[in-house]
Write a protein that binds this ligand. Structure first.
Ligand code: SF4
Ligand code: MG
Length: 327
């Protein structure tokens, strides 16, 4: 297995108390596989990714338990220097906002080229040539000229392509993309997502795709992990999940995707708000919003039940959910 997160716990200490951001998350991604991690903001999906990347180990965020195995080695036991080496060469992250992730005063060619100078010991001239190749690879028109331009001179979609090129420059085994298309127009979103999926297949990398939008992952993900209040509430192969969700929260998310065959119908949106992480409801954290909640849900926290060997649901009533509402 390329990456295995086991029973991860992360807390944030604030003036008002301890926010339990990640509460026992386990997931795995293999070489050549795409895992979509889905959830509303505050569900812990980004925080888990930051823990994997090793960019969280500064206060107020604190890993309080668990393991992060990368190619079999527990990253949480490595020295920072070793961590930094892995972060540079073996795993990379694509952020939502390229404008703040890229250096505004360095040309994109120099930023891309520097990866090859620093990590591959290339000459500046060779590195520049590789930078142009990469920009062509992510389909930036006129790459040979545009390599001298600065980030602000590109459109949002083109900047996101440049960030993808940066992430892939050293051909890392694992890429984490955190809402990579959220800031873009819908048509540009689809183009960037297609490009990312194509490159993922070509490079056979493990990809973790973090999103709040179930609509964007259907065609690109192999598996989906749905997060709520810092836990995984459903984990399933993407086709199984779309066919029949085994958790009421997933069902709510699916019912909120606009569908062509339901034009004009009002979309279902999950009522209420995600919980305050300093005060997560007892029992099933989703119970205040769940249309299927029973008394037991208010007191007993559901385990991640095995729906099938490849699938889990943290709902006491996953069977009822899977078979759909009585109609
Ligand atoms: Fe809803 Fe209960 Fe299942 Fe939680 S355990 S998702 S409250 S039915
Ligand atoms: Mg986020």
């Amino acid at each position: 297995m390329l990456l295995e997160v086991r029973d991860l716990h992360v807390e944030f200490r604030t003036r008002d108390g301890v926010a339990k951001a990640v509460n026992g998350v386990s997931y795995a991604v293999d070489e050549g596989e795409t895992l979509a991690v889905l959830g509303e903001s505050g569900s812990g999906k980004s925080v888990t990714a930051q823990a994997v990347m090793g960019i969280l180990d500064t206060p107020p965020g604190r890993i309080t338990g668990g393991q992060i195995l990368f190619e079999g080695r527990d990253l949480l036991r490595l020295k920072e220097e070793e961590r930094r080496r892995i972060r540079g060469a073996d795993m990379a992250m694509i952020f939502q906002d390229a404008l703040s992730a890229l250096n505004p005063v360095v040309s994109v060619g120099d930023q891309l080229g520097e990866m090859f100078v620093v990590h591959r010991g290339m000459s500046k001239k060779d590195a520049r040539a590789r930078a142009v190749e990469l920009m062509e690879r992510v389909r930036i028109p006129g790459a040979a000229q545009r390599v001298r331009d600065y980030p602000h001179q590109f459109s949002g979609g083109m900047r996101q392509r440049i960030m993808i090129a940066m992430a892939l420059a050293l051909e890392p085994a694992l890429v984490i993309a955190d809402e990579p298309t959220t800031a873009l127009d819908v048509t540009v979103q689809a183009q960037v997502m297609d490009l990312l999926a194509e490159l993922q297949r070509e490079y056979r990398m493990g990809l973790i795709l973090i999103t709040h939008d179930l609509g964007v992952v259907a065609d690109v993900a192999d598996r989906i992990a749905v997060m709520y209040a810092g836990r995984i509430v459903e984990s399933a192969p993407v086709r199984d999940l779309y066919k029949a969700p085994a958790h009421p929260y997933t069902r709510g998310l699916l019912d909120s995707i606009p569908r062509l065959d339901q034009k004009g119908q009002e979309l279902y949106a999950i009522k209420g708000l995600p919980p305050n992480l300093m005060n997560i409801p007892p029992g099933c954290a989703f119970h205040p919003r769940c249309p299927m909640a029973q008394d037991v849900c208010r007191t007993d926290e559901p385990a991640l039940y095995a729906v099938s060997p490849a699938r889990g649901s943290a709902c006491h009533f996953w069977r009822e959910c899977l078979h759909g509402p009585e109609q």
